[in-house]
Design a binder for this molecule. Structure first.
Ligand code: NAP
Length: 387
């Protein structure tokens, strides 16, 4: 299995001697700044911006919040309030994604950048959004700005892999996640009661995923056996949209899933939505799946999630749902949370599919006084995401 490290060293423009050029070094900082928007801007991209004058960063900005000011506006305003705007004509503006050129929630950044007096702009990668794609760079050039493109482009695209999938594929980015014992079991045989496979350290990591991805999808059998809350209570941040499917009926309305405590979407049949589950309508978004899609509902579910503005979804199991999504090719990334303990019997975890890259060396949580069993997180990304 090929190895990569989350794109952090997979540059397409590192100098041959291993040193970064000044543009690359500033762009790397720009990508770090962009990452501050993680979990807050989806389905928009994370974007960072720097203003550099005479080799020094005089202002930074990033897209903080969905619908909020873009990174370029933040950086320009940060410089302006400190009385530095007179330096713009001799400064370079670095931005990790092509500036926008359309009037959306904000006026176009390309116009703002040009009108602020910048003569040189460095861009990591283009914006695949058809409303922008190439127009932002063209607009800057039309206004006489020198634009350098493609600096750390692969890293920038990887940082925004959720956005790239959402815009390019009209579906959310799909992360599959499960917890297993060292010998590959996700739950005791029978699956009659919830049973933690990994310890509290990995629960924090799991809840971080819930807080940072837009939605969490769980298998119907898991809903019945584990009655999960699917909230991020061991971390911080906003609760994700909860997602499940049920085409048979019989789910107790007393499940946490139906408690109305966070946004929830149940994909079901028209008959169940109008009948057995009708009482849920005030607190659950019931989506009727067309009869022709029920046997293989994955693409329908994902396209409806995208239409609802879901840029990424983490699928927490169980094994059958995970296997079904793998077989349908509906996944981009996989995280396996593994405990060093052995269970000998139980529900088998899914096998890893072919065509994965190792994202980075395993995150290892050693034995400590408080935690008697070692744990690790294995993290893979599909080759296509890296292409
Ligand atoms: N360690 C972990 O990370 C983890 C995470 C989640 C769950 N789990 C464990 O995984 C086990 C469940 O996994 P699983 O593979 O059996 O199932 P699952 O993936 O949770 O759920 C999918 C299955 O649910 C069944 N289903 C659909 N509608 C149903 C309904 N109305 N009533 C009952 N079942 C329905 C379907 O069976 P058909 O295909 O027959 O239609 C479907 O294949 C539990 O023991 C749970 O504790 C472990």
């Amino acid at each position: 299995m090929p190895e990569m490290d989350g794109g952090m060293n997979a540059t397409d423009s590192d100098n041959k001697d291993g040193f970064l050029s000044a543009d690359e070094a500033f762009m790397r900082r720009c990508l770090t700044v962009a990452g501050n928007g993680r979990g807050a801007v989806s389905p928009n991209p994370m974007v960072g911006c720097l203003i550099v004058h005479d080799g020094s960063i005089i202002a930074e900005g990033y897209h903080r919040k969905y619908g909020g000011p873009h990174a370029e506006v933040e950086a320009i305003e940060n410089a302006r309030v400190r009385g530095l705007s007179h330096l713009f004509p001799e400064s370079t503006l670095y931005v990790s994604l092509e500036p926008c050129a359309h009037y959306g929630k904000q006026p176009p950044c390309a116009v703002k950048v040009a009108e602020s007096g910048f003569k040189r702009v460095v861009v990591a990668c283009g914006d695949p959004n058809p409303a922008v794609s190439g127009r932002g760079i063209a607009l800057l050039r039309e206004k006489g700005v020198e634009v350098v493109t493609g600096v750390l482009a692969a890293e920038a695209r990887f940082l925004n892999r959720r956005f790239m999938t959402y815009i390019g594929g009209q579906r959310p980015y799909v992360l599959l996640k499960w917890a297993q014992s060292a010998d590959g079991f996700i739950a005791p045989a029978g699956g009659c009661a919830p049973c933690a496979v990994t310890d509290a350290r990995l629960q924090v990591e799991n809840h971080k995923l819930r807080a940072q991805e837009d939605a969490v999808w769980v298998g119907t059998h898991t809903l019945l056996t584990d009655d999960p809350r699917l909230d991020p209570r061991a971390y911080y941040g906003r609760p994700p949209l909860r997602v499940a499917m049920d085409f048979r009926g019989g789910l107790p309305l007393s499940l946490h899933f139906f408690d109305g405590s966070q946004p929830t979407m149940l994909f079901t049949t028209e008959a169940l939505a109008a009948g057995e589950y009708a009482a849920l309508q005030a607190r659950v978004n019931l989506v009727a799946v067309p009869a022709a899609e029920v046997a293989r509902p994955w693409a329908f579910v994902l396209s409806r999630l995208a239409a609802a503005g879901v840029g990424s979804v983490v699928v927490e199991g169980g094994t059958r749902l995970l296997r079904q999504l793998m077989a349908a090719g509906c996944y981009d990334e996989i995280r396996v949370f593994e405990s060093a303990c052995r269970k000998e019997t139980g529900y088998a975890a899914p096998d890893l599919p072919d065509g994965l890259c190792v994202y980075r060396p395993d995150l290892v949580y050693p034995v400590t006084a408080a935690f008697p069993v070692a744990q690790r997180i294995r993290h893979y990304v599909r080759e296509e995401v890296m292409a």
